[in-house]
Structure formats: structure tokens, C-alpha cells
Design a protein around this ligand. Structure first.
Ligand SMILES: [Zn+2]
Length: 231
């Protein structure tokens, strides 16, 4: 497949529209050698893509390295799902050239999902009508961690934002989302914060209807606080 001159409408702008959908997979090291070369050459000439890449690179590094050895299989599965989604988006986009507005919008949303926003100390979203929020309850003796989790349906899965206080002092912490059929996805990982409070936004691939509960675990994998969805 020629990846340099198959746009039909010419110019670097069209190529930009195509390859920017690959940024997420590129960040995570999931592109084929051919597509990696395509991104490399495009990044050399496109400030916009380079800026987007730079903005997300720390997050990609975090995603690559967040898995503790005991849970290695888990994020790997999620990563593969994300990469498969990127490939599907891209295929749909390239075959429906000219009518790709929806695919482009979905891809941009997906990239935002890959860029799991670690917004420690940041401002939480005000939320909108489609959100579902549940309260955390401490799950271990001697732990007083409380807060809330807000779930928002996305085309690629579910965005999960948590706001917690009275966090234990020793991280790292992991946000795990459990499905109604017993499977679990890791939505975010973060370290200790100075004032024992944290706001984190992460993502899982399961739809909100499949979410059963959400749990924050300590570095040993033990639950410190948990929240159940109704129904
Ligand atoms: Zn570009």
C-alpha cells in the first residue's frame, strides 16, 4: 500500500487528516513499521501533530509502564483493544474518504481517551445530563478514603472521573473498573499527592451499562475504597 500519495485530493493537509488518527497508536508503539515511518516523516513537517504528540507523550509513557508485574496481562488486553479500535477507525476512514467526518470525530475522541488525563489537583468537570455518579466507601480497616466517581459514555467505552480525599500516604494507586461479568479493566494509575486528595480521569473500553463497580487499590493490589453502580 502506498501511504504517501493515495489521498486523491493531494497536498499535505489531506495526509495530515489521515495520519493524525494514528497518533494514539504511534504514541503507544502500536503501529506497523510502515505506518511508523509514515508518522515519522509527517511529524518532521507538521507542527500541529508534533504539538499533539508532545502533549500526550508523558501519558503514553505512563500507560506503557503502569503495569505492575502481577497484573501485566490486564492492561495488555486493554491496549490491544485500543489499538484495534484505532485500526478500525482508520480503516473506516480511509475507505469512506470524503465522508469521514464522523470517523474523524470518533478518532479524536479515542485519542483523548488514550490520553488518560491525570489531572491531580485540577478542576473536575461540571458534568452534564448523561453522567452517572456514585459515592466511594472505604474498603479496608484504618482507611477513610471517600469521594465520588462519575461515569460518562463515550463511543469507545466509558470515561471515569474520580475525586477522592483522605488518600493513604503511600502510592501508587490504581483505579480498577469491574464489569458485570467479572472482568476488570485498569482505568488509571497515580502516585501520592501532597494533600491526600486527588482528581483523576481515566477510561475503560467497556460500555457504561457493563460497569458493575469501581475500586481504588494500593500498591499491593488491596482495595482501599470502592463504589458500586446501581442496578
Ligand atoms: Zn499533521
Amino acid at each position: 500500500m502506498s501511504t504517501t500519495d493515495d489521498t486523491g485530493n493531494g497536498g499535505s493537509g489531506a495526509r495530515h487528516d489521515q495520519v493524525r488518527d494514528l497518533l494514539g497508536a504511534y504514541l503507544l508503539g502500536g503501529l506497523s513499521p510502515q505506518d511508523t515511518r509514515l508518522m515519522d516523516s509527517h511529524l518532521a513537517e507538521c507542527d500541529e501533530c508534533l504539538a499533539e504528540l508532545t502533549a500526550h507523550t508523558p501519558v503514553a509513557e505512563l500507560l506503557r509502564h503502569k503495569a505492575p508485574p502481577s497484573a501485566a496481562a490486564e492492561p495488555q488486553g486493554r491496549l490491544e483493544q485500543l489499538l484495534a479500535q484505532v485500526r478500525t477507525e482508520r480503516r473506516a476512514r480511509w475507505t469512506r474518504r470524503g465522508a469521514g467526518v464522523l470517523a474523524a470525530a470518533a478518532s479524536v475522541t479515542l485519542l483523548a481517551g488514550i490520553g488518560v488525563g491525570i489531572l491531580i489537583g485540577g478542576n473536575a468537570d461540571a458534568g452534564d445530563g448523561g453522567d452517572m455518579s456514585v459515592a466511594f466507601s472505604p474498603a479496608a480497616a484504618g482507611v477513610e478514603t471517600v469521594g465520588d466517581a462519575t461515569f460518562r459514555q463515550k463511543p469507545w467505552g466509558t470515561e471515569v472521573s474520580v475525586s477522592l480525599s483522605e488518600m493513604p500516604a503511600d502510592g501508587p494507586f490504581t483505579l480498577r473498573v469491574y464489569g458485570v461479568r467479572g472482568h476488570v479493566e485498569q482505568a488509571a494509575t497515580w502516585g501520592p499527592t501532597p494533600n491526600d486528595t486527588v482528581r483523576v480521569t481515566g477510561a475503560v473500553s467497556m460500555p457504561i451499562a457493563m460497569v458493575d463497580s469501581v475500586t481504588v487499590t494500593d500498591r499491593h493490589g488491596n482495595a482501599i475504597t470502592t463504589a458500586d453502580l446501581p442496578g
